[in-house]
Design a protein around this ligand. Structure first.
Ligand code: IPE
Ligand code: IPE
Ligand code: MG
Length: 250
């Protein structure tokens, strides 16, 4: 098998790729299985994507694992997802640590079951100094509440006289988000055919390239990931300019 990675342009590798991992339920249904079987298979995709990202030299991966809206699913599915999370963290942390992966979370993890909070805190603490790759798990995450909290914190600082109104800038807002210090994603991948953002990284995705694929998350593996990056490399990122200006270095 030819090495898929040789198809990539080495000078144009995204630093940060974000994922909306969708379609576990539909994938399971297509196999005549329970939805949780799809979620378990989805964990294997996460593992393969992390491994591939390390091979490619991507520095940050952000993965939407549970939205604030996902609490509205049947209780049995929510409980199954939480169990799977603890299992995955318990089984994978040592290997991630050996591979220099730093685990972080965004979203309000304090509202997750105690067992999740404990295993996440242990894993994030253990891996905090690692520098090869940062894996950001979005858990109980809502972009609108993230932005709302940032606004409240800035308003407090103005009210108490710590900063002036003029010191509220795009950068100071970014610094108050959960993703403070992490560069914005160059590429967002959503699997399973839905073309929506579902309350994910609304601020950070302002100029991100969006890639939607019909492939369900459990089938999204190395080949699909490399194809998504190839598609990204073919995009022209103009940031408001016109095409002719881009090669001028002006
Ligand atoms: C994504 O797969 C996983 C989570 C949202 C936790 P879904 O569970 O949304 O799968 P579909 O969309 O029902 O197929
Ligand atoms: C988005 O997937 C959230 C995660 C991937 C965790 P959903 O499947 O919950 O999204 P909607 O509600 O269909 O947009
Ligand atoms: Mg879904």
């Amino acid at each position: 098998m030819t090495n898929l990675l040789t198809q990539l342009e080495q000078t144009n590798i995204p630093k940060h790729v974000a994922f909306i991992m969708d379609g576990n339920g539909r994938w399971a249904k297509s196999q005549g299985q329970h939805r949780l079987f799809g979620h378990a298979e989805g964990v294997l995709s996460v593992k393969e994507i992390i491994k591939t990202a390390r091979e490619i030299g991507i520095q940050y991966l952000t993965m939407y694992a549970f939205s604030t809206e996902n609490w509205n699913r049947p209780a049995e599915e929510v409980a199954g997802l939480m169990d799977l999370l603890v299992q995955a963290i318990t089984n994978e942390t040592d290997e991630m640590h050996e591979n220099g992966v730093r685990l972080m979370t965004i979203g309000d993890i304090s509202a997750l079951p105690e067992s999740c909070v404990v295993s996440l805190n242990e894993a994030t603490h253990k891996t905090r100094e690692n520098t090869n790759l940062t894996l950001v798990l979005a858990l109980n995450y809502s972009a609108r509440s993230e932005i709302t909290s940032a606004c409240k914190r800035l308003a407090e600082e103005v009210k108490s006289g710590l900063i002036s109104l003029d010191q509220i800038t795009e950068d100071s807002i970014s610094e108050k988000l959960n993703t403070s210090g992490i560069p914005d994603p160059e590429l967002l991948i959503r699997t399973s055919g839905e073309c929506r953002i579902s309350n994910f990284l609304l601020w950070q995705l302002s100029y991100t390239e969006l890639y939607f694929t019909p492939v369900h998350w459990p089938d999204f593996r190395k080949k699909e990931f490399v194809n998504a990056i190839i598609a990204y490399q073919q995009r022209e990122r103009r940031f408001g300019k016109i095409s002719e200006q881009l090669n001028d270095n002006k």
